[in-house]
Each structure stands twice: as structure tokens, then as C-alpha cells.
Design a protein around this ligand. Structure first.
Ligand SMILES: Cc1cc2nc3c(=O)[nH]c(=O)nc-3n(C[C@H](O)[C@H](O)[C@H](O)COP(=O)(O)OP(=O)(O)OC[C@H]3O[C@@H](n4cnc5c(N)ncnc54)[C@H](O)[C@@H]3O)c2cc1C
Length: 548
């Protein structure tokens, strides 16, 4: 008996497995983030960002992210006695994630504390905290983005802005006036079309002054537990924007019925629903027929967050890959010391840094846009570029990072499958790839000042790198003022985005980063990651990006 027990205890020793990446400062270990934070005017936020970063990298927050995705939200249509309630029940981990996000003002700080750099600081916080868990960023972003639309009606803004920007998280449905903190979603997409919202069929019948009764459906309505929604519906004079509360001032539930929750590829912590409106009462914002023009400001801000969210996914994927390579041996050496793995990691680090720099620069443009027309023009065009390019680079980049972990990367416990499933989403919602590429053509055609602002920005790097100079010349040859054909939209967007990223890196990143980016993105690179020229200073690039 003794002998058998002894034998059983020695089947094998566990070795060469990688410890979990926990207990690190997600913000403080991200040099590209901190450099960008200071450069774009929000250095004052560093201390608070690092505190959030330490929490994001803690065992506790990582466990919240796991639990919020493993225990998906559940729809509760009725209460015990059969009354309709239309509520969604979340795991407590979701609420913890939300509580931290709201208490750090990621859903609204720039609106109640609009100091210079406020949008940069918020975006940096969103980027850091999204690395703990991405799904709850959806209601956080939508609430952030709702305020500029609400401000189109001073009376509504006066009533509801304080509660939408409050740092108290209160996940209980009750009248907005009684809440200490509230969230706002948006409902535009219908069964027959999401990109073409002008095809919306939801009807808005005038009821009493600016109050209308909305009847129809919405095919994708995320975060349905939010306290209010911006909704598009057809009023007598055309598509119009409305503010629809979940609970009416008298405490009764508005006629907002959740039909079912979507069974999604990723983003599983977040509830996305199909809803029906049955004479639901809503307040008009903007004129009848001006729905798209009114809600577009919300879309601008949520698109900015799509870029930040994708940059965050890329950064977290790089962090996991680099951490693994630093601990895992193969063929007698650490993966991180093997030349081909170094090439892959360096290429991933470049992509991540380029995305981070892009997002922070855009946040500065949003910060300054109110006072500086050039920055407003740059934001108009830059957000379309970034939404297309950064969001589309994320899935390929996250996939390559996943493979750095080998088979372990294919297993849920590594976090990589969650990042991978989340990665395509930012490109789809808030205007899918083609729609953004076409939006860029619209900006080129109708807002030449936005192209001028873009040119001013990218030309700042001229003379620093011959490959970038050649790309700038080629772009100038393309953008002659003549209309760009629709079928060429993706080609043009891609080139403009790369030139912008290169111009940021050439000016602000270490020479090894800028040189490798220009070399590989303007000619001497392959189609997949890990194809940087052999002369690349891979170790320098990776050392800059190491997590922890
Ligand atoms: C997880 C998730 C959550 C969501 N949450 C919300 C929400 O809270 N509120 C909300 O309103 N919506 C939400 N959406 C919907 C999302 O915004 C839409 O799915 C998206 O806008 C695309 O619309 P669609 O699905 O109808 O696709 P379509 O409009 O049918 O487009 C299909 C494809 O055709 C392309 N396309 C469209 N027009 C053109 C054109 N002229 N030329 C070339 N190509 C074109 C698009 O780029 C896309 O790739 C959510 C979606 C997802 C996946």
C-alpha cells in the first residue's frame, strides 16, 4: 500500500508553466500610455490612473472579469406574481466592475469637470479599466456619449445631467429624479437595418407638447437595464431623436419591453437585447426630422471609445503574450529570447503602441475641439479613420498574441479566448467598417477643413523618415480634391490611418519603435505579424512595452 501511494504521488512534476499575470499596475507598466497621457495634456491624472491600473491588474479585479463573463446576465420579464418588470439580473462581479468605472468618472467626468485634458484622462482610464473586463465598457461609453446630445435641450440637461455624471452607481430602476446615479443607453438599430437608420419604422406620435408615444421595436439594444435611452423614431416630420426613461415620473414602468437577450459571440458580460416599445413615452430632443444630426454627437463619442476599447484589447493581449514568453521555455531557451518570437512580440508591441497613441491624440482633439476649429476638424476625420483602422487591426493582433501562448492560449483560463471573442465587436457596432470608410469619404467631400487639419497634423513629421515622407507624397497624390470612388474607400482610409500613426510615432516614440513601424508598414514588412526586417531593434521595442 505504502509503495503504491508513493508511486501515485510522482506521476510527474509540473514545470515550465507560466504564473498568472496578476498584481501589476496596468497603467504604470504601459510607457506608451503614460507618455501619451502627458503629451496630450492630462499628466495631472497620472496618480489616479495608476491607482486604477493597480486595481485593474489585481487578482480581485481579474476575477470579477472572469465571473462577469462566466455567469451571463439573465432576463427577468415578470415578477413572481406575473407583473411585467423587464429587468436583467447580473452577477455581483458585473456590479463591482460598474461601480469602479462609475466612481472613477469613466462615464462622465469630462462633463462635470471640464478641465483641459479631461477627455484624455477619461479615455486613458477607460483604456486601463477595460483591460480588467471589456463588456461593461458598453453602458459606460453610452452614458459618456449621451450628455452632448442631452445638452441640446437645456431643460433636460439641467434635470438629468447631474445624475448621469454622478460618481454613484445605483443599479435600481426608479424615476430619474430620485436616483443618485444613472446610466443611459441608445436604441437605433432595427430588424430591417442598423447602418441605414433612416429606414427605422418605430413610430413617434405627438402626445403632449414635447412628449411623444413611441411604438415599434429595436433589434439591438445593449445595456437594457439603463435608466434612459436615446431612441430614434419616425415623427410626423421624419426621423427624430428622443430621450426615453425606463421609469416614468410617477414611478410606473415605461412601456419598454425586453423580448429576449442576444446569445452573442463575445461581450457576454454585457446584456444586449431586443425590445418592443408599446406607446412608450419619450421626450423629443432636436427638431422633428433631425434625428441623425442630433444623435451623431453620441455616435462620435462612442466611436472614440471603440478605438480606445480596441487599443485596450491589443495592449492586454500583448501583455499576456509578452508575460508568457518571458516565462516559458522551448528548445532550451525562454521564448522571449528566441529571435523569431522576438520579432512577433516586437511587431505586436508596435501595433499596440500605434493604437494607443492614436486614441490619445484623438481624445485631445475632442478636448480642444470646442475652442479650436482645427482640432474639431481633426477629430471629425480622425475618429472615422481610427474607428475603421484600429478596430479592424484588433482581431488579427489579438489572434497572433493568443498564438504566442500556444495551446494554453486556446483555453479559457488564459483570458485569451475572451479577448479574441471581444476583438471583432468594436469594428461592427457604432458603424461597421464600410460605413466608417464611407463616412470618411463624406468628410473629405463635405468638410475640406477636416482634411486640412489632418494634413497639418501628419506634415509635422515630414523630414524625419524618408519612408514616411514617401507615403505622405503618395497620399497627397491620391487626395487631390477629386471625389474618391466608393470602392477605393478602404484603400484610402488604410493609407491615411497608417500615415497618421507613423507621424505620431516618428515624433513621439523612441527611434527603434518609429523606425520599425515605418519600415514594416511602408514596404519592408509582410502580411502577418512577426515579419519585421531582421535589422529591427526588437529587444528595445519589447523592453519598452513589457508589462509588470
Ligand atoms: C453586441 C452588439 C451590441 C449592439 N448594441 C446596440 C445598441 O445598444 N444600440 C443600437 O442601436 N445598436 C446596437 N448594435 C447594432 C449595431 O450598431 C449594428 O449591428 C451595426 O450598426 C450594423 O447594422 P446591421 O447589423 O443592421 O448591419 P447592416 O446595416 O445590414 O450592414 C451589414 C454590412 O453591410 C455594410 N454596409 C452597410 N451599408 C453599406 C454600403 N452603403 N456600402 C457598403 N457596405 C455597406 C456594413 O458595413 C456591414 O458590414 C449592437 C450590435 C452588436 C453586435
Amino acid at each position: 500500500m505504502d509503495t503504491i501511494d508513493r508511486l501515485r504521488r510522482v506521476t510527474h512534476e509540473v514545470s515550465n508553466q507560466v504564473p498568472a499575470l496578476v498584481g501589476y499596475d496596468v497603467a504604470g507598466s504601459d510607457a506608451a500610455l503614460l507618455d501619451g497621457l502627458w503629451r496630450e495634456g492630462a499628466g495631472w491624472a497620472e496618480e489616479r490612473l495608476r491607482a486604477l491600473g493597480a486595481l485593474a491588474g489585481s487578482e480581485e479585479a481579474i476575477a470579477w472579469g472572469v465571473a462577469a463573463n462566466r455567469y451571463a446576465p439573465e432576463l427577468r420579464t415578470h415578477d413572481r406574481t406575473g407583473n411585467r418588470i423587464d429587468e436583467v439580473a447580473f452577477h455581483p462581479a458585473w456590479h463591482e466592475l460598474m461601480r469602479v468605472a462609475v466612481s472613477h468618472g469613466l462615464h462622465g467626468a469630462p462633463w462635470h469637470d471640464p478641465r483641459p485634458g479631461a477627455h484624455v484622462a477619461r479615455l486613458a482610464g477607460f483604456y486601463v479599466w477595460s483591460q480588467a473586463e471589456a463588456g461593461h465598457g458598453c453602458p459606460i461609453s453610452m452614458t459618456y456619449a449621451s450628455v452632448p446630445v442631452l445638452r441640446r435641450r437645456a431643460d433636460l440637461a439641467a434635470l438629468f445631467e447631474p445624475v448621469l455624471t454622478s460618481t454613484t452607481y445605483e443599479p435600481v430602476l426608479k424615476p430619474l429624479r430620485e436616483k443618485s446615479g444613472a446610466l443611459c443607453g441608445m436604441a437605433m438599430t432595427e430588424k430591417q437595418g442598423g447602418s441605414d437608420v433612416r429606414a427605422n419604422t418605430t413610430r413617434a406620435e405627438p402626445f403632449d407638447g414635447d412628449t411623444y408615444a413611441l411604438t415599434g421595436h429595436k433589434w439591438f439594444c445593449s445595456a437594457p437595464m439603463s435608466d434612459a435611452f436615446l431612441v430614434l423614431a419616425q415623427a410626423p416630420d421624419g426621423l427624430t431623436c428622443f430621450f426615453l426613461p425606463r421609469v416614468l415620473p410617477d414611478g410606473t414602468r415605461n412601456a419598454f419591453h425586453i423580448q429576449r437577450l442576444k446569445d452573442k459571440l463575445g461581450n457576454r458580460s454585457n446584456a444586449s437585447s431586443e425590445i418592443e416599445l408599446d406607446s412608450a413615452l419619450a421626450l423629443r430632443i432636436g427638431d422633428e426630422g433631425r434625428g441623425v444630426a442630433t444623435i451623431i454627437e453620441m455616435v462620435t463619442h462612442t466611436r472614440l471609445d471603440c478605438i480606445a476599447g480596441s487599443a485596450a484589447l491589443m495592449r492586454q493581449a500583448f501583455a499576456q503574450a509578452a508575460h508568457h514568453a518571458r516565462h516559458r521555455m522551448a528548445f532550451g531557451a525562454l521564448l522571449a529570447d528566441q529571435p523569431l518570437m522576438r520579432n512577433v512580440l516586437a511587431d505586436l508591441a508596435l501595433e499596440s503602441e500605434a493604437a494607443t497613441a492614436f486614441a490619445l491624440r484623438l481624445a485631445r482633439a475632442v478636448d480642444r475641439g470646442a475652442d479650436e476649429p482645427n482640432e474639431a476638424g481633426f477629430a471629425r476625420l480622425g475618429i472615422a479613420l481610427g474607428k475603421y483602422w484600429v478596430c479592424k487591426r484588433a482581431p488579427a493582433m489579438v489572434y497572433e498574441a493568443l498564438e504566442c501562448l500556444g495551446g494554453n492560449g486556446y483555453v479559457e483560463e488564459s483570458m485569451m479566448p475572451r479577448l479574441y471573442r471581444e476583438a471583432p465587436l468594436n469594428a461592427i457596432w457604432e458603424g461597421s467598417g464600410n460605413v466608417n470608410a464611407l463616412d470618411l469619404l463624406r468628410a473629405l467631400a463635405k468638410q475640406p477643413s477636416s482634411l486640412a487639419a489632418y494634413r497639418t497634423e501628419v506634415e509635422l513629421a515630414r523630414g524625419a523618415d524618408t519612408r514616411l515622407d514617401a507615403a505622405l507624397d503618395a497620399l497627397n497624390d491620391t487626395l487631390t480634391g477629386a471625389p474618391v470612388p466608393e470602392e477605393s474607400a478602404r484603400r484610402v482610409v488604410e493609407k491615411m490611418a497608417l500615415v497618421l500613426q507613423a507621424s505620431l510615432l516618428v515624433r513621439f516614440a523612441p527611434p527603434a519603435v518609429a523606425d520599425a513601424f515605418c519600415a514594416s508598414r511602408f514596404g519592408d514588412g509582410g502580411l502577418l505579424f512577426g515579419t519585421l526586417p531582421a535589422s529591427t531593434e526588437a529587444r528595445t521595442i519589447i523592453d519598452r512595452a513589457w508589462p509588470g
